[in-house]
Design a protein around this ligand. Structure first.
Ligand code: HC1
Ligand code: SF4
Length: 570
């Protein structure tokens, strides 16, 4: 601990923190853009945008990368620091488009709000002519390199955290931006994990906006429009309306979706239970035959694309199960129309997801049944918030409502899919009972919880030691894939999610600006929902039991396979 003076107040502080962090702990906001600090995953980077300048007795310093020394005098908002900050912002704005009102990031743009907070009102710059076209080649992410401000956060996420290594500095001088060397994202090995989108402070990286597709479908009288919501959405959407982080807003979302005009409101959790039926069955088969172990979960589309691009020779390991999003769509276009006396082509399936890769996933031709795509359109948690605002719905004051049935019933196991470790925990609750034929009393696998990048445990099931692991973040996934490749992997089953923290930290969630406390609070919300559910095991879900009785026969049966399983592309 050392002694410093900050804005003339004498404080004792821990000098292992940056000036920026110390100020934050003292409730002093220093504007900053480029710093990316994820303590939980050892990321501490900044690109020196210069916006976080503070005035000290040692001169002007970037507070995000400077540490205090004994008796240092720091002025966070002196004229000198404010002027330096303003200059840094003006420098960024020299090449930045000024069509803020029309930008996808309007109201969510860190650059816009910081410029406003710092009093930038006039710009005396002659903007250079357009340097880059918009890249909308992909189904998930739109890139507008014109809006890149060289903060390099996307590069850190893609190269260091996800190890996809796609992003780099391209061009020189006033044309310098961070991008891929290939102009069309679609032609690259991008996984669409969206972690670059999650940290981009401007409109340079945004999701593909599918809101119009949804309004058009709702207005089409010939379509029966059904909607599903992913586990992680229900503990994050409230943030868009100023509610406390981690608030559980499931019932309000159902009401809002009905008000928006959806014909039926269902739950991806139902399909997560279905996924567990198929995946636990597949796991037990492989465990007993000893073939293709470890089995890798396959519900995260960015992870699937990662292994397809990076280690295609290991594609015998992922489970052949479709993800819950896709299983939901497949059932909503086969079993459900029979119940409603409709044809599959009359159905229109919308998914609300915390993820941008889910948009790409829905478009994959492998994810269809008899040439009918399982899911028609995917919107993110953020896009749903925009639709609710567009419709003038006062979300915070909404009454709570329940899902439609039968595709709205779920167990506690399904909702924890939305956080790292949840899919494996859910699978083990079912696999344990199916293997041992005993009741699992202690359903919570605490050792698989928490946001650590790799977690592992050994469970004794019927005298077999089953080694399990949970991985989040694609860099950690690469590590595990290398173990499989070189024969040192000891696990029998591994859950993999591309985003640090799992879906609660997805690229389509309300922007969390790298704050892991937000991700943890959302995860706590999901565990709370699980705890309060009367049924906590997927195979006990009555609607799932009925679905097999009436339609799918049994897990892994021919019909179930035709509708609920897929294959991968090398
Ligand atoms: Fe996920 Fe999944 S948990 S992938 O993170 O398996 O997106 O929430 O919907 O499909 O259920 C996302 C979340 C989601 C699927 C489920
Ligand atoms: Fe990299 Fe993921 Fe962004 Fe693609 S979506 S560029 S893989 S961080």
């Amino acid at each position: 601990f050392i002694n410093i003076f900050i804005n003339d107040s004498n404080v004792k502080i821990d000098n292992s923190n940056t000036i920026l962090e110390i100020a934050k702990s003292l409730n002093i906001d220093i504007p900053h853009i480029c710093s990316l600090r994820f303590k939980d995953i050892n990321i501490d980077e900044c690109a020196s945008c210069g916006v976080c300048k503070v005035d000290t007795n040692l001169g002007l310093l970037n507070s995000c990368s400077s540490y205090p020394v004994e008796n240092m005098r720091i002025y966070t908002h002196s004229e000198k620091s404010k002027t330096a900050r303003k200059k840094a912002i003006e420098k960024i704005l020299e090449t930045h488009p000024q069509d803020c009102l029309l930008c996808e990031k309007h109201n969510d743009c860190a650059l816009q709000s910081i410029a406003a907070d710092c009093g930038v009102r006039n710009l005396n710059v002659v903007k250079p002519k357009l340097r880059y076209e918009i890249d909308n080649s992909s189904k998930s992410i739109v890139r507008d390199p014109e809006k890149c401000i060289l903060c390099r956060k996307c590069e850190v996420m893609c190269n260091k955290v996800q190890t996809v290594n796609l992003l780099t500095e391209i061009d020189n001088g006033y044309k310098k931006v961070i991008s891929s060397t290939e102009k069309d994202l679609e032609k690259t090995s991008c996984t669409y994990c969206g972690q670059c989108v999650a940290v981009c402070p401007t409109g340079a990286l945004t999701e593909v906006n599918n809101i119009k597709n949804v309004w058009d479908a709702i207005d089409d009288d010939n379509k029966k429009v059904v909607v599903q919501i992913a586990p992680a959405v229900r503990v994050a959407l409230g943030e868009e309306f100023g509610m406390e982080i981690g608030s559980i807003v499931t019932g309000k979302i159902v009401t809002a979706l009905r008000k928006l005009g959806f014909d039926m409101v269902f739950d991806t959790d139902f399909a997560a239970d279905l996924t567990i039926m198929e995946e636990a069955n597949e796991f037990i088969d492989r465990l007993q035959s000893g073939e293709n172990l470890p089995i890798l979960t396959s519900c995260c589309p960015a992870w699937v694309k990662f292994i397809e691009h990076q280690k295609p020779e290991l594609l015998n390991h992922p489970s052949s199960c479709k993800s819950p999003q896709q299983m939901f769509g497949a059932i909503a276009k086969s079993y459900l129309p029979k119940k409603l006396n409709k044809k599959p082509e009359d159905m229109y399936v919308v998914a609300v997801m915390p993820c941008v890769a889910k948009k790409f996933e829905a478009s994959r031709e492998e994810l269809s049944v008899d040439n009918i795509q399982d899911v028609d359109t995917v919107i993110t948690t953020r896009e749903l918030a925009r639709m609710i605002k567009e419709a003038g719905i006062n979300f915070t004051n909404l009454e709570e409502d329940d899902f439609d049935h039968p595709l709205g019933e779920s167990s506690g196991a399904s909702v924890i899919f939305g956080t790292t470790g949840g899919v494996l925990e859910a699978a083990l609750r079912t696999a344990y009972e199916w293997i041992t034929k005993d009741t699992l009393e202690k359903v919570e696998f605490k050792e698989l919880r928490g946001i650590k990048g790799i977690k592992e445990a050994t469970l004794n099931i019927n005298s077999i030691n089953v080694n399990v692991a949970v991985v989040c973040g694609l860099g950690n996934a690469r590590n595990v894939l290398e173990q499989i490749e070189n024969g040192t992997c000891k696990y029998h089953i591994i859950e993999v999610m591309a985003c640090p923290g799992g879906c609660v930290g997805g690229g389509g969630q309300p922007y969390h600006n790298g704050d892991f406390d937000i991700i943890k609070k959302r995860a706590q919300g999901l565990y709370k929902i699980d705890k309060n559910k009367p049924l906590r095991k997927s195979h006990e879900n009555p609607s799932i039991i009925k679905l097999y009785d009436e339609y799918l026969e049994s897990p892994g049966a021919h019909k179930a396979h035709h509708i609920l399983h897929t294959h991968f592309v090398k």
